[in-house]
Design a protein around this ligand. Structure first.
Ligand SMILES: Nc1ncnc2c1ncn2[C@@H]1O[C@H](COP(=O)(O)OP(=O)(O)OP(=O)(O)O)[C@@H](O)[C@H]1O
Ligand SMILES: [Mg+2]
Length: 359
């Protein structure tokens, strides 16, 4: 037997916070069954699906907390478990989600939809329950990028059934109109269309709803901020000066409508030539990172220009960005950085009081 009691172990783990709520994980029963064994220590760590991108990191923190206090312990065995904590309805639209994140930019064509769908798919791959809303009413590109076709159907409860990609729930105006038909709506109808997609889609309980914003997002951002409490926004830009100017405006715009900016992503950062392995900084380099620092916004990562990303987009194979060894680290890095950022935001705000009935 290891010479440590479970009371001592419990005390060593008492400061660890749940990544989702910032609450004490021992008190919440998320760290439990703490015991010393013949080889060392064993315990169960239960995390919610919302926290699954941070699972490995949290395991490491638990192990470190044990080893810091008891350096002689040989083995720290952590058994994984799922902690159920269903999302609450957000605002008055009946959407049940824990985090709602808008992905926008000031400029068109910088890769918002590619990054938004990459974030959604990456969170799904990590084990989260995810929805993706295409808020680009005039130019919905999510159906094409994800290879989803066909009109949306109604459920028995007369809600709109979202299209699904490996469990990712996707809604777009593109599922309501014929693919080649333009969408003609006046300003107030735009607001109504987004409201309807948020309210009347059978999203089910979500950990994350990712919203792909149209370019020049002012009015849609304002509408969204009035419809439901957004967790925050991700601003996508390319490294050249004109695009960065627009990104600065986008950050200011989100702040103006009280949507916190969670971070900036630089897309099309450089081109790695497959023929000679040389790097070409087509739009300049490092601009977004510097700009993010100036604006006091976290930098979440970069994605180079890669032919496969464009091909995957054209062929509707978003999964390819995660299975291709050249592109996967960039997309995964952004998902990780975003999850970390959400966790830090949680730590910066006061943790909710511990109510055992709500758990
Ligand atoms: N890093 C990249 N490498 C290569 N191609 C890319 C990259 N990012 C995006 N693309 C391609 O660029 C095009 C525009 O991307 P996307 O539709 O994501 O931009 P957007 O900002 O959403 O555009 P819009 O303003 O029209 O909504 C697509 O064909 C996409 O596949
Ligand atoms: Mg787009």
């Amino acid at each position: 037997m290891t010479n440590v009691t479970s009371e001592q172990l419990t005390a060593a783990l008492a400061d660890l916070q749940d990544p989702e709520t910032g609450r004490n994980m021992v008190q919440q029963g998320q760290i439990r069954d703490i015991a010393s064994t013949a080889e060392g220590v064993r315990l169960t760590l239960a995390l919610t699906s919302h926290s699954s991108p941070l699972r490995d990191e949290t395991r490491r923190e638990v192990e470190q907390a044990v080893r810091a206090k008891f350096p002689d312990v040989k083995k720290v065995e952590i058994l994984p478990a799922v902690h159920e904590r269903p999302p609450m309805p957000l605002g008055e639209l009946g959407l049940t989600a824990k985090s709602v994140i808008a992905v926008g930019s000031g400029k068109g064509g910088v890769g918002k939809s590619t990054i938004a769908s990459g974030i959604a798919y990456g969170l799904l791959r990590a084990g989260c329950k995810v929805g993706l809303l295409d808020a680009d009413i005039y130019g919905p590109s999510i159906p094409h990028l994800l290879g989803l076709r066909g009109k949306a159907e109604l459920t028995d409860e007369r809600k709109i059934r979202p299209h699904e990609l490996e469990g990712l729930k996707v809604m777009s105006i593109g599922f309501m109109v014929e693919p080649d038909q333009p969408v003609i709506l006046r300003g107030p109808m735009l607001h109504g269309a987004i409201q309807q997609m948020l309210r009347d889609t059978a999203w089910g309980p979500l950990d994350y709803l990712i919203i792909d914003m149209p370019p020049g997002t002012g009015d849609i951002a304002l509408s969204l901020s009035q419809m439901l409490p957004l967790t925050g926004a991700v601003v996508v830009c390319t490294p050249q000066d004109v695009a960065l100017l627009d990104a600065v405006k986008a950050v200011a715009m989100f702040r103006k409508v009280n949507i916190p900016v969670l971070g900036m992503v630089e897309n099309m950062s450089y081109f790695l030539c497959p023929d000679n392995g040389k790097r070409y900084d087509i739009f300049g380099t490092g601009g977004a990172k510097r700009k993010a620092e100036q604006l006091n916004v976290p930098f979440l990562g970069e994605v180079p220009i890669n032919i496969q990303i464009r091909v995957n987009g054209d062929e509707g194979k978003i999964a390819g960005n995660f299975t291709n060894a050249e592109t996967a680290p960039f997309f995964e890095g952004i998902v990780q950085a975003l999850a970390q950022q959400l966790r830090q935001t949680m730590r910066a705000t006061k943790p909710l009081p511990t109510l055992s009935i709500l758990n």
